[in-house]
Design a protein around this ligand. Structure first.
Ligand code: OAD
Length: 234
């Protein structure tokens, strides 16, 4: 039995990290065009570095919450893969091992010429004037709007094989990531955990859990364990 978990910013909200959309979302304070596109990087790389330096600091000060930990525990019971749109490392720090970062990872840098050259960032800041081994400026290892999503093919294959699919804390508004839900097998059990789940369209046949992640994710998993779900189907 393969469980695929698809997470967005909402799973890290109770760790103190801002989501992107809606009231108090990051895109209320910043314009995507100014900080999260290749054009922005070319126009004003200092501003882009600063935006991600602030995000990196916030991530380094945040801790995983009960939802991240429950998913890490689930990996001990079942075949779990997390596909996350988040650039934070809270799934890793909670103990999950099988993680696909669709939009990159903020604790890493990449060459601005060759995205294959990646390096862990020591500390919280990536500065202009820091170069890769081939001499080009390092940028944050994140996928910007308009860029390819290199992990998309892998994610799509995983989704097509899933028996249980749990979506947590994403508005499903950013593509191609949001397309993943259209590749689910018909027989797959589908769950959506999000306080806004009741307002999401096109989710016929899904189990909608209108609640916050840190409460709902452990409850869902505990419920499964108490009914022996994994023993039966593994
Ligand atoms: P959004 O900000 O679009 O959506 C966050 C979702 O989390 C919303 O549906 C909220 O209702 C929900 N939410 C808020 N608090 C929650 C909680 N405590 N528990 C569970 N859910 C909660 O964030 P994403 O969908 O992740 O991409 O955004 C997708 C992409 O857009 C991001 O990866 C980023 C962004 O622009 C790039 O930068 C490329």
């Amino acid at each position: 039995m393969k469980i695929i978990v698809f997470t967005g910013a909402g799973i890290s909200a109770e760790s103190g990290l801002k989501t992107f959309r809606g009231e108090d979302g990051l895109w209320e304070d910043y314009s995507v065009e100014e900080v999260a596109t290749l054009q922005a990087w070319r126009r004003n790389p200092e501003l882009v570095q600063e935006f991600y330096n602030i995000r990196r600091k916030a991530v380094s000060e945040a801790d995983p919450n009960a939802a991240h930990y429950a998913l890490a525990e689930l990996e001990k019971e079942a075949d779990v893969c997390i596909i996350t749109q988040n650039i934070d490392d809270l799934h890793e720090r909670a103990g999950s091992r099988n993680i696909v970062h669709l939009h990159g990872l903020i604790t890493y840098s990449q060459s601005s010429i060759d995205p294959g050259l990646r390096y862990p960032i020591a500390g919280r800041e990536l500065k202009m004037g820091t170069y890769c081994e081939k001499g080009s400026q390092l940028r944050p290892h994140v996928v910007w709007f308009g860029e390819d999503v290199p992990m998309m093919d892998k994610a799509m294959k995983l989704v097509q094989e899933s028996d249980i699919f749990i979506t947590i804390g994403t508005s499903l508004q950013v593509y191609p990531a949001a397309n993943l839900i259209h590749f689910l097998p018909e027989t797959c059990e589908k769950y959506l955990i999000d306080p806004n789940a009741g307002n999401m369209r096109e989710l016929n046949g899904w189990n909608l859990i209108v609640d916050k992640a840190a409460k709902a994710v452990p409850e869902l998993i505990e419920g499964w364990k108490s009914t022996g779900k994994f023993n039966k189907q593994r």
